[in-house]
Write a protein that binds this ligand. Structure first.
Ligand code: MV4
Length: 461
């Protein structure tokens, strides 16, 4: 029985876990850095322990400090949220050896899915379509060039320990490949302490569509539909929605079954996300598996009426899934806009500072997941996301119109945010037609006059 959970994270996801625990009657221990002493999750948790100075490397990324707090406070489990230590297999191994339940998959599954080449190999063996590419890691430029020529340019060189777009280089021909291969290996070595890379055919102008998975400890695996995350800027997702306006019911069924096969192939447990690329012809390819709850999980929650954090906790508590695949009926549409403390007119530069007026939108079909409040000082040490605005309704049209109205109501003064940028996208004909691919933001910015766009969509004065 889980009576107390340590939340090894901060910001909106820490608050999200506190809320789920409270509804389950589970006590919460917040860990926080000195910069987060006034943070909402610290105020709302039952207990709180300061684990160090503001720098993540001295606090949220320090396994020993998290585990010590867990021991001192005698917690039964740790929820990692996303980012920080959520996919660090070594940390999960430490929890396992200290007999503290980690709310997520086992360290061996995290390690295996963290090796992107091995994850692809596993998916391929499970009969899941993968991008044509090398058979695992390629070591020398000679070997790699031969394979690149077999695949056909353009070719992507990807870091085995990368993911989320980190450590990716594209080569459009043999000459470029000689240079890019070396650069990719050096960048991977520097970023991940592992220079191993693999090759994939470059899929032009894809959509980024991911399937939410839940798997219990009795071997039951279900999917909860997909999320279309194609509206991204430099691999940072900005707007996510469920279901995808691009998928046909037939394609959804095929991809959902493939996602379950991938999870079953590694005897996955807990919540996970299977990431696909979908090309213009409707061909889909597995590219990676994320072994954590994701930022964009609320759009899935709102279209399936589930609480994914509660499901994670129940799975860790050994309870069988009560949800069956036939219970997942999607007849709503949800859209999420990430609210970042960034200035769209200064190339989205992070803009920490103090929030003056804070007025979140409300009404039917609106959800705001945020730790922000009037007077909150946004620390400069962490990710710039200060919240998520989710709207949902019976149709995509209603969800989009509701998002536009809600963004117009959202008052956050004293800092710059991405609200006006998201508001402009909500009115854009390409986005509204459901035709946005991973190239959308780049093309949208090119055809917009950012100054006019931001001024005309600004909510204040
Ligand atoms: C790709 C791809 C095209 N072809 N792989 C980016 C992050 C990670 N999730 C995988 N990603 C991609 N992998 C192949 N073989 C396109 C993406 C991609 C992307 C690439 C460039 C710019 C924005 C992008 C957004 C989503 C996915």
């Amino acid at each position: 029985m889980i009576n107390k959970i340590l939340i090894a994270n901060r910001g909106e996801i820490a608050l999200r876990v506190v809320r789920a625990c409270r509804e389950l009657g589970i006590k919460t221990l917040a860990v926080y850095s000195e910069a987060d002493e006034q943070s909402l999750h610290v105020q709302l948790a039952d207990e709180a322990i300061c684990i160090g100075p503001p720098q993540p490397g001295e606090s949220y990324l320090k396994p020993d400090r998290i585990i010590s707090a867990a021991e001192i406070s005698d917690v039964d489990a740790i929820h990692p949220g996303y980012g920080f230590l959520s996919e660090k297999a070594d940390f999960v191994e430490q929890c396992e050896s200290c007999n503290i339940n980690f709310i997520g998959p086992s360290s061996s599954v995290i390690r295996r899915m963290g090796d992107k080449a091995l994850a692809i190999e596993t998916a391929r063996e499970a009969g899941v379509p993968v991008v044509p590419g090398s058979d695992g890691v390629v070591d020398t430029v000679e070997e790699a060039t031969k394979i690149a020529e077999q695949i056909g340019y353009p070719v992507l060189i990807k870091a085995v320990s990368g993911g989320g777009g980190k450590g990716m280089r594209v080569a459009h021909n043999g000459v470029a490949f000689q240079k890019e291969f070396g650069v990719a290996k050096a960048e991977a070595e520097k970023a991940f302490n592992d220079g191993s890379v693999y090759l994939e055919k470059f899929i032009n102008n894809p959509r980024h569509i991911e399937f939410q998975i839940l798997a219990d400890s009795q071997g039951t695996v279900i999917h909860l539909g997909e999320r279309d995350c194609s509206v991204q800027r430099r691999h940072q997702k900005l707007i996510e929605e469920a279901p995808s306006p691009f998928l046909t019911e037939e394609l959804r069924q095929k991809m959902g079954k493939a996602a379950i096969r991938a999870a079953e192939a590694v005897s996955y447990e807990n919540a996970g996300t299977i990431e696909f690329l979908v090309d213009e012809g409707g061909n889909f390819y597995f590219i990676e598996m994320n072994t954590r709850i994701q930022v964009e999980h609320p759009v899935t929650e709102e279209v399936t009426d589930t609480d994914l954090i509660k499901e994670q906790i129940r799975i860790t508590d050994g309870q069988p899934l009560r949800l069956r695949q036939e219970d997942i009926v999607i007849n709503r549409h949800a859209i999420e806009c990430r609210i970042n403390a960034e200035d769209p007119l200064r190339n989205f530069a992070p803009c920490p500072g103090t929030i003056d007026l804070y007025y979140p939108p409300g009404g039917h079909g609106i959800r705001v997941d945020s730790h922000a409040y009037g007077g909150y000082q946004i620390p400069p040490y962490y990710d710039s996301m200060i919240g998520k605005l989710i709207t949902y309704g019976r149709s995509r049209e209603i969800a989009m119109d509701r998002m536009y109205r809600a963004l117009g109501e959202f008052i956050i003064s004293g800092i710059k945010t991405t609200i006006p940028f998201s508001k402009a996208i909500m009115q854009d004909p390409v986005f509204r037609s459901g035709k946005a691919t991973t190239k959308f933001v780049e093309e949208f910015v090119k055809r917009s006059n950012m100054d006019t766009l931001i001024q005309s969509n600004h909510n204040l004065e």
